[in-house]
Design a protein around this ligand. Structure first.
Ligand SMILES: C[S@@+](CC[C@H](N)C(=O)[O-])C[C@H]1O[C@@H](n2cnc3c(N)ncnc32)[C@H](O)[C@@H]1O
Length: 201
């Protein structure tokens, strides 16, 4: 029987580890992140994530913020740098991603990042914003459930910022969210991606 295909969203990747550092050049300075096989963005800077980091407005200065699907941590660590008094929850189902994100936060001295599996965020935590390059490849029904579940935990009046590839359904996701209680608009486009702002509703 052929080996089951591995995905970047596997809970426990079995692909042999081969860490590689990636340097992100951002307006707030460089961020060197260790990446690895079995984790999204191995050895490269993702253009979508970079667009989100270049175009999202400054996060709330304090409170709880969420990076949904943190991978190696480009989004969580950037939020943590931009909002040093906030607690940034970096959530991922992939254990290897969580280890990398934790190590990357330590490397940059960002002690305000808390890296956990989804069930590790206490139920009473509410978020001042959510930033995400969401896992489109888990499929539409699972993605919709994931997003509305976490968006329900936005503070009243808060917004989530998502980057989605146009050819992977950014426009239909924008419509779907708007029709399901989260008025959503496009705030930026570039390199085949859309950055969407979805309101708490
Ligand atoms: C497109 S990647 C983005 C990674 C990282 N934020 C970046 O921009 O480089 C999406 C991430 O979502 C994670 N993921 C998939 N399903 C998830 C779920 N149900 N809850 C939390 N994270 C999930 C994947 O493991 C993956 O790391």
């Amino acid at each position: 029987m052929p080996a089951p295909m591995s995905h970047y969203f596997d809970a426990d990747p079995t692909t042999a580890s081969e860490p590689r550092d990636v340097v992100w050049s951002l307006p707030d300075g460089q961020l060197t992140l260790t990446s690895d096989r079995g984790v999204f963005g191995y050895g490269s800077v993702d253009s979508g994530t970079k667009l989100l980091l270049l175009t999202a407005p400054g996060p709330p200065a304090d409170g709880d913020l969420l990076d949904l699907g943190c991978g190696t941590g480009a989004i969580a660590l950037t939020m943590a740098r931009r909002a040093p008094a906030a607690t940034v929850w970096a959530v991922d189902v992939n254990a290897r991603a969580r280890e990398l994100c934790r190590a990357n936060a330590d490397r940059h001295g960002l002690s305000n990042v808390r890296v956990v599996a989804p069930e590790g965020v206490p139920a009473d935590v509410r978020f001042g914003t959510i930033w995400s390059n969401p896992p489109i490849r888990i499929g539409k029904p699972a993605l919709h459930e994931l997003l509305v579940g976490w968006f329900a935990r936005l503070e009243p009046g808060a917004s989530a910022y998502l980057v989605v590839q146009k050819h992977l359904g950014a426009d239909s996701l924008q419509r779907w969210l708007s029709e399901h209680g989260h008025p959503t608009e496009r705030i930026a486009v570039g390199a085949g991606f859309r950055v969407l702002r979805a309101r708490a509703g």
